[in-house]
Design a protein around this ligand. Structure first.
Ligand code: UT7
Length: 329
């Protein structure tokens, strides 16, 4: 009996804009201070895209690095999934622009919006094409320019987010490595907890919606906080069980980087030591769909995450969306 191929991450790349916005910079912009932001979120600074940069620019750079490291040529790609909540435009899909820029002429490409869970969703969707042998190489990108939809006069949200991109090339696993299991969920009853109210078909952009700031992110942070902890813990347990593993088998947790307190509450409940958690939000902020691939890449770069280790990826976001995936590097 032939075993279906498992998808493995064979190359990973990142892109961060050069401009750094520190908590001290934010003190000059809104009624806030470094102490509050650090204590309540763990964030010290975040990257902000230059005026001429948009999501596709960041996605392209991360993708080029991932392809190079994977030793895969753009023409060898069968599929490009771009997870983003901040595409350059509604139409055309941003993934097609990335496909064209890379010269990935044999790939089909589409955007996937699962907010902060976007990269996880993309990883799971992409892996199915490898499992079914319908594709060999797939590029999954998480890229965001959240700075474009943040209200820079709203201290409740503007201190949290940052811009960036992370990309992973998926290919058939050669050995024991790859995506071992996942557990993904969605619940649209939480639509009002985190949303951009206007600009879509429900409330098209108008002078009035812009005047009222309805094209910016609105968030009920407190409520999301509690749900996020529960969702990540339960999905992590489900994903581990599906892989035939236990919490004790986890070598590293790579969580969505929204808030340090959320991450510590989650890992405490999972009974995972803090030393096994990759943290990048202190210097990236919350980069939504880019946060997990950025953290994964940095963990590998630092030499913390190594081949053969069991990595738990876990995240949550607007939708609501959430889930966990278990990966052997
Ligand atoms: O990526 C996925 C989705 N998003 C998230 O994961 C976010 C989840 N939520 C959070 O991270 C936290 O709820 C926040 C960081 C957003 C807020 O932290 P909190 O501990 O839940 O604070 P809070 O909203 O309860 O606000 C506490 C106080 C309020 O003042 P009052 O009403 O108690 O007088 C806020 O007005 O802190 C005030 N506050 C600030 N003060 C200084 C809110 N933002 C700021 C600020 N600087 N930037």
């Amino acid at each position: 009996m032939s075993v279906l191929p498992r998808a493995a991450i064979i190359g990973i790349g990142i892109c961060l804009p050069t401009r750094i916005l520190s908590n001290q910079n934010l003190e000059q912009m809104v009624e806030t201070n470094d102490e509050w932001i650090t204590e309540r979120t763990g964030i010290k600074e975040r990257r902000i895209a230059a005026a001429e940069e948009a999501t596709v620019d960041l996605a392209e750079r991360a993708a080029r690095q991932a392809l190079k490291r994977a030793r895969v040529r753009a023409e060898e790609l069968d599929l490009i999934i771009l997870a983003t909540a901040t595409p350059d435009r509604f139409v055309p899909p941003a993934a097609c622009l990335v496909q064209h820029r890379l010269g990935a002429k044999n790939a089909f490409a589409f955007d996937l919006n699962a907010a902060c869970s976007g990269f996880l969703y993309g990883l799971v969707v992409g892996s199915q094409f490898i499992n079914s042998r319908s594709s060999r190489y797939i590029l999954v990108i998480g890229a965001e320019t959240l700075s474009r939809i943040v209200d820079w006069s709203d201290r409740n949200t503007c201190v949290l987010f940052g811009d960036g991109a992370g990309a992973a090339v998926l290919g058939p696993a050669k050995d024991k490595e790859g995506l071992l299991s996942f557990y993904m969920r969605s619940d649209g009853s939480g639509e009002d907890l985190l949303q951009v109210p206007a600009g879509g078909s429900r409330l098209p952009a108008s002078h009035q919606t812009v005047a009222e700031g309805l094209h910016f992110i609105k968030m009920k942070g407190n409520e999301i906080f509690k749900l996020a902890v529960r969702a990540m813990v339960s999905s992590a347990d489900q994903a581990l069980a599906k892989a035939g593993l236990t919490r004790a088998d986890i070598d590293w947790v790579v969580p969505h980087q929204a808030n340090l307190r959320i991450i510590w509450a989650m890992t405490q409940r999972l009974e995972v030591d803090r030393s096994k958690v990759v943290i990048t939000l202190d210097h990236h902020g919350n980069t939504s769909a880019a946060s997990i691939p950025l953290a994964l890449a940095e963990g590998i770069e630092r030499g913390d995450l190594k081949k053969d280790q069991i990595i738990l990826l876990t995240g949550f976001g607007a939708g609501l969306t959430w889930g966990s995936a278990v990966l052997r590097l």
